[in-house]
Structure formats: C-alpha cells, structure tokens
Design a protein around this ligand. Sequence first.
Ligand SMILES: Cc1cc2nc3c(=O)[nH]c(=O)nc-3n(C[C@H](O)[C@H](O)[C@H](O)COP(=O)(O)O)c2cc1C
Ligand code: SF4
Length: 507
Amino acid sequence: MRRQFIAFSILSLVAVGITYYLYWPPILWSLIVILPLILQGIYDLFQHKHTLRRNFPVLGVGRYLMEDLRPKIYQYFIESETDGTPINRMFRSIVYQRAKGALSTNPFGTKINVYQTGYEWANHSIMALNHEDLDPHPRTLVGGPDCKQPYSASIFNISAMSFGALSKNAILALNGGASKGGFAHNTGEGSISSYHLKYGGDLIWQIGTGHFGCRNEDGSFNGEKFREKALLNNVKMIEIKLSQGAKPGHGGILPAEKNTPEIAEIRGVEPYTRVDSPPTHKEFTNVEEMMFFIQKLRDLSDGKPIGFKLCVGNKLEFTDICIAMQNTGIKPDFITVDGGEGGTGAAPLEFSNSIGMPLRDGLAFVHDALQGYDLRKDIKLFASGKILTGFHMFRLFALGADACYSARGMMLSLGCIQALECHSNNCPTGIATQKNHLIKGLDVEDKINRTAKFHSETVKSFVEFMGATGVNSTHKIKRHHVYRRVSQDKIKTYAEIYPQVKIGEFV
Ligand SMILES: Cc1cc2nc3c(=O)[nH]c(=O)nc-3n(C[C@H](O)[C@H](O)[C@H](O)COP(=O)(O)O)c2cc1C
Ligand code: SF4
C-alpha cells in the first residue's frame, strides 16, 4: 500500500501538471482535494505510532475514524430500547421526557422480557391508594442525637460531582435546579465554588481524600478552612468520601486539561497538572480514629449532620466501623452507599468493571449491619447507583434506604447524550468540559428548569408507584414488596434473597 500511495501521489501531481500545461487552469481546483490527501499520506508514512497508518497511508486513517464514529452510529441507528450502556435508551428517554415535562407514558406495553432471569417488579395491592392522599414530596430528617442542625432532605438528590469534572454552567444549572425543586446538591470532592452558591440551593459538602477546599499545602486537613465553609448557610450536611463505586480504593482523578487556573485555585493545587487524590484519608488510620474525625467535623461545623460515603468492600471492615461506633459512642448522622455500577468522570477500567460491591447487595448489607448492632435508628441511609425511575427508588427503600442520589440521571436532565467523552474535556453538551466554546452552549436557565422537572416528575412517579402497592410511606416499603425472577421457574422476594437481621442481633 505504501508503494501504491507513492505512485498515486506522483501520478496525480503529474496529471494535474500536464493538464495545467495544456491550458486548462481549472484543474488546479482539484488540488484542494489531492494535496491534503498527499500531505496526510506523507505524515502517515513518517509517523511511528500507528503501524496501520504507516502500512496503509490515508486509508488507515479511515479505521480510526470509524472507531470514533462506531458508538455514535450504534447509538443513533442500531441500538434498541433496552440496549445501550451504561444507561440504556429506555431510561435515557424517560429522563429526557421527564426533564422536558413531555408526555412520559408508554404505548402498547412493556419492552422488557418479564420471563428473563433477573427481571424485578413489585406487586400492587387491591387497596391501592389515591394519589391525592399521599405526601407528594416525602422527606427524611437527617441528624442523630448529637446533631444540632438536623436537615430535612428530599428523598431524591443530586449525587456528588465536582466543579472540575463538570463545567461551571453545569454546576450553576444543577444548583439552580436544587434550589427551585427543594432538594440537595452534593458538591463532589472538588470543594465549593461561587457557582455552587449563586442560586442558593442546599449543599451537601463532600470532603474527599484530597481535602480540597480545606487543605494545607501538603494536602493535610485544615480545620480553620473547613469551619469557614462548613458554617455557610447553604451547607446543610457534610459527607466524608471514603470511596465511590466506580473506583473504590483509587481516589479521585482530575485530568490535567480540566484543571484550569480557576479550578486549581479553588482546590489549592497547581493548574494544568493531573490531580490524583490519595486512595485513603490521612486524618485517620483506623475506624476509631475515623469516628473521632467525624466528631471533629461535627464540632467545627457547629453540629451540622456529618456522614460518610462508601462503596462496600471488605465486609468485616464495615462491621468494625459499627463496633467503633459502639465503643466511642460517636455515630455519623448518615451513610451514603454507592454501588459498583456507579458513574465517574474518569476511572481505570479495572476499577470501574471489577471492584466494589453492587448497590443492592451493599445497601442491604449496610442496613443489616447497622440494624444488627442496633445503630440504625440514629443513622439515615442514602443510596446511589443508576437510580433513574420511581421503581429504582422503591426497591432501594425496600432494602433500607431513606433517600436516594442520582448523578448520571441529573446529567441526562442537563442534556447529556452519553457521548462518553467526560474524561477527555471534549463533552459536546458543555456538561463535562472546561472548554469555553462548549460550555457556552449550555443554557443555564433552561437546564435549571429541566433538572427541577426531572426531580419532581421522578418523585411523583415514585409516590404513585408506592401508592399502587398500598403503602403510604417510604418506611413501610419492605423487602417482601419486591420480587426477582431468579430462574425460568423460580421467583424470590427481596426478603428471601436478603434475609432481614433483627434489631440488636449482633450486640
Ligand atoms: C462526572 C461524575 C463525577 C463524579 N464525581 C464524584 C465525586 O467527586 N465524588 C464522589 O463521591 N462521587 C463522584 N461521582 C459518583 C457519583 O456521585 C455517584 O456516586 C455515582 O455516579 C452513582 O450514581 P449514578 O449511577 O446516578 O451516576 C461522580 C460521577 C460522575 C458521573
Ligand atoms: S455528553 Fe458525553 S461527555 Fe458529556 S457528560 Fe454526557 S457522557 Fe459525558
């Protein structure tokens, strides 16, 4: 192919030259096409990175082009309703419809094969409740006995996503949506920026292992800086991040190209360098010290609710945490359980695919452990991991959640098209990029309405769903309400799959 390319280049140039010589100048226009091809071919011949392009100059580029276009062609022309990862078309569409306030009913029946193993559903009641008789905006009060400023949280909130992973316009729109809809916005580990404060939406300030926003130069925790931000009126709760489902045990990653001077200043790091948060917190080296850190944050924040987020890994470590709560008498006000199926701005593939317990298993375990050590009554449980619909919320309440978080659902409500470029700084929808020309396209006012609408329509669908099962409160949703087909001829309830632990059973 290399010889053919050289022959093609020489022959084309000679042919153009002869035609020009024979007094037909318009032939020069053909150089607009021929010259770039020849230049591309010469570049391909002399570059050393891609064998395919060296061996097949110009043509080899087509292969990379097709690789790039493949997901887009698949998404737009081939993908069925139940295809498409990480979030299939059916769920992407329902988020778009709810965010736009468009018709969100479906014609003709389910597209899911209800006989396939793994299919899950809830059984309705002949005593289904009237929608008007149900609380349209259920909330949960977070704050144990040591909390001085309990927070009444919506049952559906914006999960942690930092300014850095997301653009300023995305943060503005999410916080504006939270303010409009009366729900909470988790800052992610990238600290609090002016964009988190402009619309006054309730904030859950997340403290990651990098301590961004409350760190000394060497990355250690700075109590004074913490207190300054923790006392902000918008900050309603504080969440210590131990791990997230997409990369537990890794720590956050901010790619260098997304680390602009503004973001670097907020985080207290060098601009345009890749920022890797350490995998663990330096402030504590065992679970008891972790409890003392919780108490320290509680004192420094004048008693705001303090919790931690984790994806369940080693189960014994979690029971150790429960024992440490008993030994020290210090309890968090809430725990967020994230599932291995969770999303991220950037993570190594092995971590996303193969480390960390999936949400439903992790949540049931955490609820049961707290119940077994008789700690559950003082601690609220938040759940995150592909929660996009009312049924997704319902089955997690059955497993013990008090409230839910959504990250990617909220991104979809902002217009994310699942182009999967979040880590590359080239997000075409202006959500997960720091490039101004892309960010400009994201209309903040419009997206505020969409985020608020997605939230309210999802909560509404959950409340109606709950009413259909004859239940009038999230606390009354039990494991026996949810069914799973475990083989072609066997069905089990969650109560059978995740047997309940009695209160105080492990004490
Ligand atoms: C772009 C992006 C950035 C994220 N940043 C953080 C973060 O800073 N801290 C954190 O604990 N989780 C982070 N997450 C994880 C989410 O908060 C959430 O736990 C996870 O995505 C599961 O929710 P989902 O399935 O609704 O997306 C991020 C997720 C995404 C998609
Ligand atoms: S559109 Fe693509 S790059 Fe942008 S946030 Fe969505 S998945 Fe990430």
